[in-house]
Design a protein around this ligand. Structure first.
Ligand SMILES: Nc1ncnc2c1ncn2[C@@H]1O[C@H](COP(=O)(O)OP(=O)(O)OP(=O)(O)O)[C@@H](O)[C@H]1O
Ligand SMILES: [Mg+2]
Length: 391
């Protein structure tokens, strides 16, 4: 039954009549929706490749450049993660995106309409094209779960029967049908966020904005909420912009990631590629917790010059990580080596590996053979130093 609102998920266009003019849907029209849904349950009509385009956005607060020339696009149907430390400019970016903040310069396009040119009144229907999910849920405590979910439709002036039908569909989608008449105070954090997600979807948004939606939840609940967002994205084709300071969130569900630091996008790309080959220092630092690092007990024993073993860091991803790298290395450059740390992870279904090898001996020619072989196989190799004996 989610198809009734799903069918309209990508329409009407912003250039069409404001949705309040469509607010008097008759039962006959409702039935037509249902008939159309049965004929084609996942009918979505894409209307353009980009849902959001930001061009050179700047916003200063006194001496602070909260946004310092941000250009970014969110493609239809993708999950784009924006990650940055506290104060990097994430919330300012979101506020510019839904028109709550006016940038000093630059432009925000939502579905090809530049919002800077719109009046507050013209912005209203556009804001309804953006669903928001908040860190602290922002539910109304005096309203039931069902009323909270239906609230955006009430604001739009939709008929009660339609509101209730859609709230029921959405509660089923988020797995909370039995809580329709409960009040938020009786729900767990994860359940509250499910209500928040259902409410954000009520007005058939073109874009779902998630601002630290899992930051207040425990790890297990976080996983289930992220799985729900991914499910909504892949089953319904809904575009999601995910703001977070946690790489684990990006890794779990995002297709692409943009790293923001001091108001600038410092790095952008497919998640697995950024994980495999982070270019900026800030990205490496944000990845630090979830990509393998040389354990301190080995790092503290590293010496420059010569030692019994040489410690190499090998980064390998995609095609290069699928071959029999280590056994081929043993054949190409015969000699002892040990895996002292690391392994191969999978990000977006792509292998992304970091291996720390201790290669025996200090013979330069042997080490050159090892590194040349690995580089020829598409790996990045870094000599970290030497150790005097077994580590
Ligand atoms: N209304 C404001 N007045 C003054 N300074 C502001 C205002 N809003 C944001 N800033 C400043 O702009 C910078 C970016 O703030 P922003 O809230 O966008 O960061 P953030 O990335 O969302 O951080 P957090 O992860 O802590 O939420 C910060 O230095 C902040 O202090
Ligand atoms: Mg913020």
């Amino acid at each position: 039954m989610i198809g009734a609102w799903l069918a309209e998920m990508d329409g009407p266009r912003l250039s069409g009549p404001p949705s309040r003019l469509r607010g008097t849907e008759t039962d006959r029209e409702m039935n037509q929706h249902v008939t159309a849904e049965r004929a084609d349950p996942v009918r979505i009509q894409p209307t353009g490749r980009e849902v959001v385009r930001l061009v050179g956005l700047k916003r200063r607060f006194g001496a602070t450049a909260a946004l310092d020339g941000v250009s970014l696009t969110v493609r239809r149907g993708e999950i784009l993660g924006i990650i940055g430390r506290s104060g990097a400019g994430k919330s300012t970016l979101i506020r510019c995106l839904n028109g709550l903040e006016r940038p000093d310069s630059g432009a925000v396009f939502i579905e090809d309409r530049e919002i800077g040119r719109l009046s507050e009144r013209e912005l209203q229907p556009l804001r309804r094209r953006i669903g928001m999910v908040f860190q602290h849920f922002n539910l109304l405590s005096a309203k039931t779960v069902e009323e909270n979910v239906a609230l955006p439709l009430k604001i739009e002036g939709r008929p009660r029967a339609e509101r209730l039908a859609r709230a029921a569909e959405l509660l089923q989608l988020v797995g909370l049908s039995e809580k329709a008449n409960a009040y938020p105070a009786s729900l767990s954090g994860g359940q509250k966020q499910r209500v928040g997600i259902a409410r954000a979807l009520a007005a058939r948004p073109a874009l779902l904005l998630s601002d630290e939606a899992t930051s207040a939840l425990d790890p297990e609940t976080t996983r289930s909420i992220l799985a729900l967002l991914k499910d909504i994205n892949s089953r319904l084709g809904l575009t999601i912009l995910l703001i977070t300071h946690e790489m684990e969130v990006i890794r779990s569900i995002a297709d692409r990631v943009a790293v923001i630091d001091a108001g600038r996008i410092v790095e952008e790309g497919a998640v697995w590629q950024v994980f495999a080959n982070p270019k900026s220092e800030i990205t490496r630092s944000l990845l630090g917790g979830i990509r393998p690092q040389l354990p301190p007990e080995i790092a503290s024993q590293l010496i420059a010059g010569e030692g019994a073993e040489t410690i190499l860091r090998i980064d390998v991803a995609g095609e290069a990580a699928r071959g029999a790298l280590l056994s081929d290395l043993a054949v190409a450059a015969p000699g002892r080596f040990r895996l002292v740390h690391g392994g191969v992870d999978h990000v977006q279904g792509q292998p992304v590996g970091t291996l720390f090898l201790a290669v025996a001996g200090a013979e330069a020619a042997h080490l050159a053979r090892v590194t040349t072989f690995l580089k020829d196989r598409g790996a990045r190799v870094e000599v970290l130093g030497h150790v005097a004996g077994p580590v």
